[in-house]
Design a protein around this ligand. Structure first.
Ligand SMILES: *Cc1c(COP(=O)(O)O)cnc(C)c1O
Length: 345
């Protein structure tokens, strides 16, 4: 908030707090770049934020503004990361936080965070879209502030990632690849690039390429999906709140919003970890899956500089990460047993 204060809705009454959000690494690809055939490919590691996802960038602003306006309690609907982030900043600023999550469809690490930060967790028998509707209604009828990305302060904070990318690569890249769920983030990035261009921070604006999971691709189909399904729970959303923002980002930037299958997502998820040393959550891998898919069907990125937004940490979803792995069998504490286990003898 301090670094980009002049671009944020901050007043002298806004509490200037921080858990260390933002300023995340931009890591240059060494392996996937060769498959894509572009000049430079970078991964913006948003999983390095304090609660392990980009949600912290916007949440710190939304919660600070809530405190500034006298709010005492927060509520959000969440597929997991928003709840972890709201709970953390709620705890930091002494607010009571309620999170509404789809029962049985939240990665274990995210739920553990909300519980540890002391939030009240309401597991709803329904999907994210129902949770958001209920949370909105609660916020309309009670003195509780909604901190979903429908809260404009969230997008203001999230747009700072675009500023960081411009600073680090020296101007906007040619293309930005980003997973799309509720569509707040693609909307925020585009807002950031447009504002940066207008303020003279960058001579141009990038094309925005958004990716949804095949079973949860309302923006690709052009209509809401009643029962969204995908292994990538963070983007398991059937009726994105920032629908118009995502379409505007796509059309104004000359980009596209496409779908990738769960298999393509999981392949990219493993490739990022093994080929690049980047362990992200499946939703984050959707954008890399999309980039590889485009390159695979012959889209050329020669001489282009591209950035993939790696939205969250792989540690969020330990069950998926270790699924299918045979349990490492213990060996006796003896050198020859270790050498045998390593295939050296
Ligand atoms: C929230 C989230 C997304 C989707 O962002 P939207 O703003 O909802 O489109 C993608 N990946 C991760 C890890 C997330 O937490």
């Amino acid at each position: 908030m301090r670094r980009w204060a002049k671009y944020l809705p901050i007043t002298s009454d806004t509490p200037m707090v921080s858990l260390g959000e933002g300023d995340t690494p931009l890591v240059r690809s060494r392996h996937i770049v060769q498959r894509v055939g572009c000049e430079e490919l970078y991964f913006k590691l948003e999983g390095c934020n304090p609660t392990g996802s980009f949600k912290d960038r916007g949440m710190v602003v939304a919660v600070a503004k809530a405190v500034e306006s006298g709010a005492k309690a927060l509520i959000c609907a969440s597929t997991g990361n928003t709840s972890a982030s709201a709970a953390a900043y709620g705890a930091h600023l002494g607010l009571l936080t309620t999170v509404m999550v789809p029962a049985g469809n939240v990665a274990r690490g995210k739920l553990a965070q909300a519980v540890m930060y002391g939030a009240r967790v309401v597991a709803v028998e329904g999907g994210f879209d129902v949770c958001l509707h209920l949370a909105r209604t609660v916020a309309d009828n009670h003195p509780v502030r909604l901190v979903n990305s429908t809260n404009p302060h969230r997008l203001e904070g999230q747009k700072t990632a675009a500023f960081e990318i411009i600073q680090e690569v020296g101007g906007a890249p040619d293309g930005v690849f980003i997973p799309v769920g509720n569509a707040g983030n693609i909307t925020a990035y585009w807002k950031g690039f447009v504002e940066a261009h207008a303020a003279g921070m960058s001579g141009r604006r990038p094309r925005m390429f958004g990716f949804q999971a095949e079973g949860a691709a309302p923006l690709v189909l052009g209509q809401p999906v009643a029962e969204p399904k995908t292994v990538a729970t963070a983007i398991r959303i059937g009726n994105p709140a920032s629908w118009k923002g995502a379409v505007a980002a796509r059309d104004e930037s000359g980009g596209t919003i496409e779908a990738v299958s769960d298999q393509e997502i999981l392949d990219a998820y493993r490739l990022l970890a093994r080929g690049e040393g980047v362990f992200c959550e499946p939703a984050s891998a959707a954008c890399v899956a999309g980039l590889l898919k485009m390159a695979g069907r012959g889209v050329r990125f020669d001489r282009q500089r591209l950035v993939c937004i790696i939205t969250g940490s792989g540690l969020k979803d330990p069950d998926l990460a270790s699924a299918g792995d045979t349990k490492a069998r213990p060996v006796p504490a003896e050198l020859d047993a270790v050498e045998r286990a390593m295939g050296l003898v």
